[in-house]
Design a protein around this ligand. Sequence first.
Ligand code: AMP
Length: 304
Amino acid sequence: MLAFVLYLTYSARKSHSGYNLLIGKMDVFSTIADIRRQRWAEPLVTWGFVPTMGFLHEGHLSLVRRARQENDRVGVSIFVNPTQFNDPNDLAIYPRDMDRDLSLLKEEGVDLVWTPRQDIVYPSDYETFIEVEKVTQRLEGAARPGFFRGVTTVVAKLFNVFQPQRTYFGQKDAQQAIVIKRMVQDLNFDIEVIVCPTVREADGLAMSSRNANLPPAARQEATCLYHALLAAKNLFEKNERDAEKLRATMVEVIESTDMARLDYVSVAHLDTLEELTVIEDRALLSLAVFFDTVRLIDNMGVGP
Ligand code: AMP
């Protein structure tokens, strides 16, 4: 009997086919109808929601834990969203491990997980997209055309499916958090957006699913993003307010490595993300760096 139950659990986890895949008390569904039914089964409880693209690490889990603390129920989505990838190869090599992700989420006491197939999110006749116009023009938006259009579209859909009271995003993707807050305000989503601190490896590298694709030599050098940010922050703390000097310091640190190829460095206004000439009080330091085909981003705030 026990073997039969284990087999059922195992085959259910393998299939992700749209049935209620009961793993302990965590429900895993692929269809929208199943998520909605579970979401509204207890209409008065509060829901915290964490959208992810899977291959989970401590950064994701920090959002889940915060959601767990602040809500009666926690929902998570795992969906590698094709519309936010402008490079098909980048999408193809994006790391995935659904079984591991589900067991990590179960350990965190998550209640509900949506693991939709692509055709559930984007049926063949799909034609509606959401665009935040201004703050998306800079940094990641400038470097990756169409990226934020894909992000805001899928996040709006996820919000409509889960209808949470609160949602949790990482400061690791600082511009994404700003863009999502803008969309929530502009489209009157009745959802509180909570931004959680960046979780780092012991050597300072910001955790990212993409780190798994770094070859070992590049993994060691990848701490240069963190060191570049620290060097610029250090200058700021010595009262340097010339933004260009901070940018130059970041460029210098990145260029002193063998394998890193700089995409951009930025010292920008914390809300508008406009590049600064002089830092009045606060700023967002950010950068994007390639190691071969793997593109990493990181950021740090300076000032009060
Ligand atoms: P992703 O799966 O990369 O789309 O990320 C899902 C969520 O986790 C986003 O809100 C990210 O900002 C957040 N996140 C990713 N990495 C980290 C990290 N190192 N620390 C905190 N949050 C993170």
